[in-house]
Design a protein around this ligand. Structure first.
Ligand code: WQD
Length: 336
């Protein structure tokens, strides 16, 4: 498996994964419509790796164009990141989410089957577990979703499982990410949300930078170590390496697989904020606000399956994560 198609390759996780793939000796062909990213990312990727990533400004929903690309590059494996990803926006515009995220996946599946692509790796999320019945979350935990973003992840997982049943020659890996943070050690790639960030780490960074006045911590009355929400933050470079491990696994052992990609450690919002301030020597003014609708108290992974079957384990610490997020934020600036 040498030629890897990466959909959404200019995005936060897609760009970091493209770097890891190139550095592992794969040829990478990226497809992105740049709806939430910039083509300049590819100059950075090529510069960092000293390799050439081929890329196309194409929407994955455009089945004819996608088919031409996959056929022309003799793609062996597709890593599917492309999609809308804001929970709140998905509640406001559900049809836009279903239309884009589901159709792009259907289009990708059809093209992969037509061109005998051997594997699809899908960028899923811990959000598919719904409210945890127990912790840590393992892959056997029941599945549910509470918003259209989560529903898309859930439906896409099911679509891919069904495709594998009907077409067992097309291998599937569903990778369920916990909370990705951090940035490439060059600080030339990172997370650059447009406008006001929804997620915690970009909000912390922008507050430290002075772009936001104060961070609102959504709830301090949860049944957790300090009352604030607990999450499994994972460094994006660790996450990216998880994809390389999944590709290698499917080269050796075909099938349909599901793996959590998390560290196995829960960190509270307040712990993260305090660590950020300590490690980086900057102030992050914050206030305690009411709980955010739809949030769960705590969520962290059991990452044993990925460790056992992929030989993959997260390496970066919380200190690494806050340092790299902050350094990249300073270097890259804010996307308005
Ligand atoms: C983390 C914690 C908040 C912002 C979501 C999706 C998931 C994935 C990542 C997306 C919670 C608290 C946050 C703020 C805060 N998908 N918080 N103040 O909700 O765990 O996961 O994003 O791309 O699928 O569900 O991540 O970063 O939004 O929140 O106090 O300004 O930080 O309440 O406890 P979440 P998050």
């Amino acid at each position: 498996m040498k030629n890897i198609l990466v959909t959404g390759g200019a995005g936060y996780i897609g760009s970091h994964t493209t770097v890891e793939l190139l550095e592992s000796g794969y040829n990478v062909i990226c497809v992105d419509n740049f709806s939430n990213s910039s083509e300049k990312v590819f100059d950075v990727i090529n510069d960092l790796t000293g390799k050439q990533c081929t890329w196309y400004n194409v929407d994955v929903c455009n089945i004819e164009e996608l088919n031409k690309i996959v056929a022309a590059h003799d793609v062996n494996c597709a890593v599917h990141f492309a999609g809308y990803k804001a929970v709140g926006e998905s509640v406001e515009f559900p049809l836009m989410y279903y239309q884009n995220n589901i159709n792009s996946t259907l289009s990708l599946c059809e093209v992969c089957l037509k061109n005998n692509v051997r594997s699809i790796i899908f960028s899923s999320s811990a959000t598919v577990y719904g409210p945890p019945q127990y912790l840590p979350l393992d892959e056997k935990h029941s599945l549910s979703a509470t918003n259209p973003y989560g529903n898309c992840k859930l439906f896409i997982e099911q679509i891919l499982k069904d495709v594998n049943v009907a077409h067992p020659a097309l291998n599937i890996a569903l990778l369920r990410y916990f909370n990705p943070v951090g940035a490439h050690g060059s600080y030339r790639l990172g997370e650059r949300p447009k406008g006001i960030p929804n997620n915690l780490m970009p909000y912390i960074c922008q507050t430290a930078l002075g772009v936001r006045q104060e961070l609102r911590i959504f709830g301090n009355d949860y049944d957790t170590i300090d009352g604030t929400g607990v999450r499994d933050f994972i460094h994006v470079v660790d996450l990216a390496k998880g994809h390389v491990a999944a590709i290698k696994k499917m080269e050796a052992d075909p099938g349909c697989f599901v793996y959590n990609l998390g560290t196995g450690n829960g960190t509270s919002v307040l712990e993260l904020v305090n660590t950020f301030m300590e490690v980086n020597g900057v102030d992050v003014p914050y206030v305690i606000a009411s709980r955010r609708v739809g949030d769960i108290a705590a969520c962290w992974a059991n990452p044993e399956a990925a460790k056992e079957h992929l030989g993959w384990e997260a390496q970066y610490t919380i200190e690494d994560m806050v340092r790299d997020s902050w350094e990249a934020q300073k270097a890259l600036g804010v996307c308005t």
